[in-house]
Design a protein around this ligand. Structure first.
Ligand SMILES: Nc1nc2c(ncn2[C@@H]2O[C@H](COP(=O)(O)OP(=O)(O)O)[C@@H](O)[C@H]2O)c(=O)[nH]1
Ligand SMILES: Nc1ncnc2c1ncn2[C@@H]1O[C@H](COP(=O)(O)OP(=O)(O)O)[C@@H](O)[C@H]1O
Length: 197
């Protein structure tokens, strides 16, 4: 049997990797779930978005986001370098197109963690993508998580909760809903969804 590089899992021949989009309101636990999944399955490639938002403490350029200026974001958009982009709570966010297409062509499962507007654009441009909605167990728990994370000011939290109402109402547009009660359970379910049998 051919040797498998350390840290990667062989993909069975009847399993085809695909593009999976994970969306859900700010604070629902998207980053937590994805980090948990990728710790054990680094073969699932997560797109690194460009954003005009300021880095939070501990966030690294090129790892969590490409932190860009307004002018740089203008150029990325004008040059058609983004697969999709959107303005969310006062900042712009976008997915670099070439990196995603290269990974899909090389046969790796690709995961995008993007907002509702971005998910809608991907549905249009890549209809084969699987759209997954991460929902909170309750509205109160969402508020608790977003507030408890302690990374945003009260007015930014307010803007994000306002956006969350629209996002929760759009849940039926998605192919699958996962309720984030247990990080471990959701990470396992999400991993299973990144591969098409
Ligand atoms: N459309 C789009 N949304 C993105 C992108 N990257 C991140 N987002 C979304 O932007 C929103 C805000 O992200 P962020 O400021 O990191 O806050 P957090 O998701 O609450 O940690 C979230 O819904 C992200 O999923 C992107 O490339 N495109
Ligand atoms: N299943 C869960 N149960 C309890 N707390 C959670 C759960 N998932 C995430 N959290 C917490 O909720 C907060 C927001 O999670 P985060 O991953 O930053 O959300 P998002 O990326 O969707 O904005 C964090 O403090 C995180 O530790």
């Amino acid at each position: 049997m051919a040797a498998t590089p350390r840290g990667t899992t062989p993909v069975p021949p009847d399993v085809r990797p695909r593009l999976t989009v994970l969306s859900g309101p700010s604070g629902v636990g998207k980053s937590t779930v994805v980090a948990h999944m990728r710790k054990e399955h680094p073969e699932v490639w997560l797109s690194v978005s460009a954003t005009t938002r300021r880095p939070r403490p501990g966030e690294k350029h090129g790892v969590h986001y490409f932190f860009v200026s307004d002018e740089e974001m203008d150029k990325l958009i004008a040059n058609g370098e983004l697969l999709e982009w959107a303005e969310f709570a006062g900042n712009r966010y976008g997915t670099p197109r070439d990196a995603v297409l290269e990974r899909l062509e090389s046969g790796e499962p690709v995961l995008l963690e993007i907002d509702l507007q971005g998910a809608r654009q991907v549905r249009e441009s890549m209809p084969d993508a699987l759209l997954v909605f991460l929902a909170p167990p309750s509205w109160e728990e969402l508020v608790r998580r977003l507030t408890g994370r302690g990374t945003e000011s009260p007015d930014v939290i307010e803007r994000r909760l306002e956006a969350a109402k629209t996002e929760l109402a759009a849940e039926p547009e998605f192919d699958v809903t996962l309720v984030n009660t247990s990080v471990e359970d959701v990470a396992r379910e999400l991993l299973a969804l990144t591969e098409v049998v």
